[in-house]
Design a protein around this ligand. Sequence first.
Ligand code: NAP
Length: 268
Amino acid sequence: MPVMSEMSSAPRISAPLRLLILGGSADANRLVGALARDPRIDAVLSFAGRTENPIKPPIPCRIGGFGGVQGLIDYLRSERIDRVVDATHPFAAQMSAHAVEACAAAGVPLLALDRAPWQPQRGDHWIEVDTMEQAVAALGTAPRRVFLGIGRQQLELFAAAPQHSYLVRLVDAPRAPLPLPKVEIVVGRGPFTRANDGAMLRQFGAEMVVAKNAGGEATVAKIEAARDLGLPVVMVRRPVTPPRPTVTSVIEVLDWLDQAVAPMERGV
Ligand code: NAP
């Protein structure tokens, strides 16, 4: 999937290179860790601000939306950003689309760091759907005990299926009651382990799991645990993002940045 050749015509930058990392994912955190002590890269990590207590990054960060495509264009120009890496979660489709449009308009090269989606394995019983509304419907009409490992944003959709009992895992404890009549909450931040997720599902008596096909290691434990327990998983497929240069590993991002910094500046 790497599309590095598209970048060869972009002029090289004298260090330090101003880099904007669109974050909110484990991949972004790994990239930040790899760049934190590189004097050639002057990076800023951007969070949407959804999590109340994000892990403090070892580089400068900014929090909050840019104000749409034009807001991001303005930011790229005013902050003199040389390169953008979109390391958002694969379901942050709007931010990714905005990045494609804004970077094109501002003439700033963009690279996406995007992990491969999970693939069903032997022993998995996935019901794949395209939207969370379809996931609600896929739970059926009979009351079930359902684990929702989908984050906070679309929970209210499950209010349309109040016959089920839900276990919801969230990064932050909710400040207001969730809009679900029969709900238990577990607060936790990945990475999770297969053994712990298995114990959690067994203790709750889960009969089904709902997940987004995020890919990667940090949240795969629930999928493995569901496999171990023979539970069906309603798996929401990824939203479509516009085509953009994409790599799947931090090392490929570092290579791309190496190509962007003028050779005489290396090792400064
Ligand atoms: P989204 O629908 O693609 O984005 C909605 C708006 O939030 C964007 O238009 C942008 O506002 C702002 N935004 C999103 N990511 C941003 C970032 N990294 N920095 C600054 N502004 C950002 O995204 P989402 O699904 O709400 O996710 C929000 C954040 O949570 C993302 O950063 C993502 O990496 C993280 N996350 C999402 C999920 C998920 O399942 N969706 C899971 C884990 C983590 P403006 O238009 O005002 O610029």
